[in-house]
Design a binder for this molecule. Structure first.
Ligand code: NAD
Length: 494
């Protein structure tokens, strides 16, 4: 057995996984726990403390105390950066363990978690730690008659609610800028996938992050999530998840006038012109729709294809998708794992049924998949649909390996079709004509437009959405660090 496999076993051997509050591992006040399953087998792999409003109170109080007394908020940025770097180093050191844990919890193939999710989170921590060292805390304001300056302070307690599709990576995206700015945090991971977040807290403890600076409350959205988003002791809120819940969180924050960042769902489009390498684009899009079993907020789920290349593109994409190896995340041959839960699988199958009723044509059937030796797992096959842009499967976020293909003739028509969506997270345009590609990239209304690729993430390039996909500045950009500073002007008449 490899060291990482035995570390995962050891981690999972706890009777009940406790929450991390004020630097201590504690059970929920109510004494309740919930089950976490391996979606590849359908079996329970852990029991986790079910935190509620009382536990959220404890966590927020611990974070408030740490903000006032731990020295985290007031220490020089480079001292904080040293600790954050230490945490990033520990993530790298334990990368194989975290990747296995993430795969077991979410269902994604271990190599994908090892190549992307885990190192990306470590890089995010380093990026914001370094940026914070080079960010001025005091900026003079040149206004005649006054000696004035702006000073940037951390807000206080920043709360985070995360979804289940990229639990570890999103913790990095979320908390790294908040911590680097000197805030303390309370994290509520998704109930389906809390394990890697608890592991993150364990590493933070090992890295010497002061007690109470990072707190994790595990539990359900309606209880722990709702209590956190409506808590008066929180100074800033960040929510990543569905627009439906995002609206509830924003309402709760609005009642307390707490600023909120919303990173929500999407219905990403890819516009494919006739001058592209059709096979390469079809292969890339087949990869995009099966990445994380299609449970990716920004992935390309609507393919607008120039009519001249439609047949070739569909033929290639269906042949690639048919060949995708579906299996358990820990099997080396697996290219696409299960979806996260039976609930999610039902959602996908329901959408396929509704789409068919509304007249969608199935270019590739999709549906339930069964994997030998893992019959209890939540597997689905990739599906490719065609039909009207008004079809429910062309409009709604399905969050599974399903793409909807539609033809177009003219550039304007393609842009209009893309912009019909009520979402606005990410789209891509594919063309050898860079003038055209840039024009279309700017005309598509969303937080992100990619050219000749889909799903691009780099530290320093802002990632966020508009319309139903969110608001509040997004993540990953240099400005995200500023979002976690409270500006204050200091003024003296001359
Ligand atoms: P979800 O909205 O159901 O849940 C997200 C989180 O909110 C979970 O932790 C859940 O427990 C919590 N929650 C549920 N009800 C709550 C309530 N009443 N009050 C407070 N919190 C509550 O989303 P999901 O199914 O976990 O994730 C999928 C969604 O997330 C998709 O829409 C996807 O596009 C989106 N997403 C967006 C991004 C992005 O960066 N824009 C990234 C990943 C996922």
């Amino acid at each position: 057995m490899s060291t990482s496999t035995s570390s995962v076993k050891e981690f999972l051997s706890a009777d009940v996984h406790r929450m991390f509050i004020g630097g201590a591992w504690v059970e929920a006040k109510g004494g309740k726990a919930f089950e976490v399953r391996d979606p590849g087998e359908g079996k329970v792999i852990a029991r986790v403390s079910e935190g509620g409003a009382v536990d959220v109170d404890r966590a927020v109080e611990a974070a408030r105390k740490a903000f006032r007394t731990s020295g985290w908020a007031t220490m020089p940025a480079n001292d904080r950066a040293v600790i954050i770097h230490r945490l990033a180093d520990l993530i790298d050191k334990n990368a194989a363990t975290i990747a296995q844990l993430e795969s077991l919890d979410v269902g994604k193939p271990v190599p994908q978690a090892a190549a992307f999710d885990v190192p990306h989170a470590a890089k995010t921590l380093r990026y914001y730690a370094d940026l914070s060292v080079h960010t001025r805390r005091r900026e003079p304001i040149a206004v005649s008659g006054f000696d004035a300056r702006t000073v940037r302070f951390p807000y206080g307690v920043c709360a985070f609610i995360f979804p289940w599709n990229f639990p570890f990576l999103l913790v990095g995206w979320g908390v790294a800028p908040a911590l680097a700015a000197g805030n303390t945090v309370v994290i509520k991971p998704a109930e389906d996938t809390p394990l890697s977040t608890l592991y993150f807290a364990k590493l933070a403890e090992e890295a010497g992050v002061p007690k109470g600076v990072i707190n994790v409350v595990t539990g359900f959205g309606e209880a722990a999530g709702a209590a956190l988003s409506g808590h008066k002791g929180v100074n800033r809120m960040s929510f990543t998840g569905s627009p439906e819940v995002g609206k509830m969180v924003a309402e709760a924050c609005g009642r307390n006038l707490v600023p909120v960042k919303l990173e929500l769902g999407g219905k990403g489009a890819a516009v494919l012109f006739e001058d592209i390498d059709v096979d390469a684009a079809a292969t890339a899009l087949a990869g995009a729709i099966t990445l994380n079993s299609g449970q990716v907020c920004c992935t390309a789920t609507r393919w607008f294809v120039h009519e001249k290349i439609m047949d070739r593109l569909v033929n290639k994409a269906t042949s690639v998708l048919k060949g995708i190896q579906i299996g358990h995340g820990s099997d080396a041959a697996t290219q696409m794992g299960p979806v996260v839960s039976e609930k999610q699988r039902k959602r996908i199958l329901n959408y396929l049924e509704k789409g068919e009723k509304e007249g969608a044509k199935f270019l590739l059937e999709g549906g339930k998949a069964s994997v030998k030796g893992h019959e209890g797992g939540f597997y689905v096959k990739p599906a490719l649909l065609a039909g009207s842009p008004d079809n429910v499967c062309a409009r709604d976020e399905i969050f599974g390996p399903v793409a909807f293909v539609m033809p177009f003739k003219k550039e304007d028509e393609a842009v209009e079709l893309v912009n019909r969506s009520s979402y606005g997270l990410a789209n891509s345009v594919w063309s050898a004509d860079l003038d055209r590609a840039n024009r279309v990239a700017e005309a598509m209304v969303a937080g992100n437009s990619w050219i000749n690729a889909h799903n691009l993430f780099a530290h320093g390039i802002p990632y966020g959405g508009c319309n139903l996909s969110g608001c509040g500045g997004g993540v990953l950009g240099p400005d995200t660090l500023n979002d976690y500073f409270r500006p204050q002007s200091i003024v003296r008449p001359l």
